[in-house]
Write a protein that binds this ligand. Structure first.
Ligand SMILES: [Ca+2]
Ligand SMILES: [Ca+2]
Length: 358
């Protein structure tokens, strides 16, 4: 007992002496405020630091109808505009993978808008970009995080999905944010400007100007939202679904094995009909103008990421993929065949979406 009493003051003395150096004081301070409020196992300070390090540079098109990404009033169950002030919302959570070794974290950046004002427009619009980062340091060195892969969502989980992914080094975005093109009014995100024309032809990236978020607000995780982001759960938009992982094991394997540099388009089976569909906007416009309501319905479904569509997405991709290959093959033969094949695709699309009358 006596020896314990002797040792304790000495221990306190040593602790105080250590804490008095600036380096130790900073360390102590960090240790005491370290929080994991969203209960994902990551220090929330680290989450914020990484979100700020890798914040993407968005290329916003000239004539953007909704101004800037919006901040929503915290603490409400429904999204209510606070200001169009260029806020980005972020998410950061740990990942593990048998394919990619090391300590991994997936970061999501949500640019949220009060409306989609393109074709098939609607109130509220949630789009996002993601990056998988890895700690490159050894156990004793200072943490050094580098990006491995980037992902950009474009009309995700709709028939017009043209989301893409790439290795960070191919985008020269290993230690910082990638450049991402955001289409005017539709707000789909693209890792390559040239891909902007593919999302069912309603996307335009013209006269773009670089834009960097004024701040990134961490929304936490679905089970423990932070910063009053309860409005994410609103059924008025499909935000909650976007909080899941983007870098599936399958995608990580594909990206790791990929030898060609550049951006990889996802949902490849859809590529052919989409190319035909909007080798112009004009094709879809013509169909709509000619009285085909299916064209309009398809565009509307593409923009709204309807919940019912998302639920049946797996079946839908299969059905569309098959229809798409047939359509694409037919389309290469003649213009007439293109028209017939397109109408067939629209019918097929409408059937599984439940929006076609026949
Ligand atoms: Ca955390
Ligand atoms: Ca988190």
């Amino acid at each position: 007992m006596g020896s314990f009493r002797t040792v304790l003051p000495l221990f306190l003395l040593v602790s105080t002496a250590l804490a008095s150096t600036p380096a130790n004081a900073a360390k102590e301070a960090r240790a005491t405020v370290s929080l994991d409020a969203d209960r994902d196992g990551l220090d929330d300070d680290l989450e914020q630091a990484l979100l700020e390090q890798f914040v993407p540079v968005l290329q916003l098109s000239a004539g953007e109808c909704d101004g800037s990404p919006a901040e929503f009033r915290p603490g409400l169950p429904q999204p209510q505009l606070l200001a169009r002030n260029g806020t980005l919302y972020g998410q950061s959570f740990p990942r593990t993978s048998p394919t990619v070794s090391g300590r991994l974290i997936e970061l999501h950046y949500y640019h949220l808008w009060t409306r989609d004002c393109g074709r098939g427009g609607h109130a509220l619009d949630a789009e996002h970009v993601s990056v998988l980062v890895r700690d490159q340091s050894t156990t004793t060195a200072r943490e050094e995080w580098k990006a491995l892969f980037w992902y950009a969502a474009a009309h995700e989980d709709t028939v017009c999905d043209f989301s893409s992914a790439a290795k960070a080094k191919d985008l020269e975005a290993e230690d910082r944010g990638a450049t991402v093109w955001v289409s005017r009014g539709k707000h789909a995100s693209f890792l390559h400007r040239g891909a902007c024309t593919w999302g069912c032809g309603s996307d335009v990236c013209e006269g773009s100007k670089s834009w960097r978020a004024s701040r990134v607000v961490n929304i936490g995780e679905a089970a423990a939202l932070l910063n009053g982001a309860g409005w994410i759960r609103s059924t008025r938009w499909p935000m909650l679904e976007k909080l899941g992982i983007d870098f599936t094991e399958e995608l990580m394997v594909s990206l790791s094995k990929r030898k060609d540099p550049g951006v990889m388009t996802l949902h490849v089976p859809l590529r052919t009909p989409q190319a035909v569909l909007l080798a112009g906007d004009s094709t879809a416009d013509a169909l709509v103008a000619s009285g085909s309501k299916t064209g309009g319905a398809l565009a509307a479904a593409g923009g709204s990421t309807d919940t019912a569509v998302m639920k049946s997405a797996d079946k839908a991709w299969g059905a569309l993929g098959t229809a798409g290959v047939k359509t694409g093959n037919a389309a290469t033969k003649s213009t007439k065949a293109t028209g017939r094949a397109l109408r067939a695709t629209f019918r097929e699309t409408g059937r599984f979406l439940g929006i076609n009358r026949k």
